[in-house]
Design a protein around this ligand. Structure first.
Ligand code: AMP
Ligand code: ZN
Length: 116
């Protein structure tokens, strides 16, 4: 999929609105439109990387920054004490529906395991 067809690239470009939590040169965090927990946000790189399987070694610093910011935001949003779940659904078996790498954070309730 080219970046022109990508929903999250359109959100980054401001062509589709989102409820932003955080933005800098490299990443954007916004609330999930269909929350699965009281706190459910996504954090994405501005670089179009389709999924975790497409990660290049040169992107390893970027993924570290995404996780670092994700945990900062989760703490800011009140989930430091009880935690939550950082998830990267990947390709078909992982249930990925948007082909632009994203970390979900889900918190604010106890989550079941294993996933269905
Ligand atoms: P995944 O299934 O892991 O690919 O996650 C994609 C996520 O994007 C789902 O949780 C959707 O609810 C969310 N999503 C889809 N469209 C939007 C949108 N316009 N704004 C915010 N979140 C969205
Ligand atoms: Zn994209």
């Amino acid at each position: 999929m080219s970046t022109n067809d990508c929903l999250f690239c359109k959100i980054i470009a401001g062509e589709i609105p989102s409820k932003k939590l955080y933005e800098d040169d490299e990443m954007l965090a916004f609330y999930d439109i269909n929350p699965m927990a009281p706190l459910h946000f996504l954090i994405i790189p501005k670089k179009h990387i389709e999924n975790l399987m497409e990660l290049d070694v040169s992107d390893s610093g970027l993924i570290g920054k995404l996780f670092y910011k994700a945990q900062e935001l989760a703490k800011e949003q009140g989930c430091e004490q009880k935690g939550g779940r950082f998830v990267i659904n990947t390709k078909t078996d992982g249930g990925q529906t948007v082909d632009h790498l994203h970390i979900h954070f889900l918190g604010g309730r106890a989550l079941g395991w294993p996933p269905g």
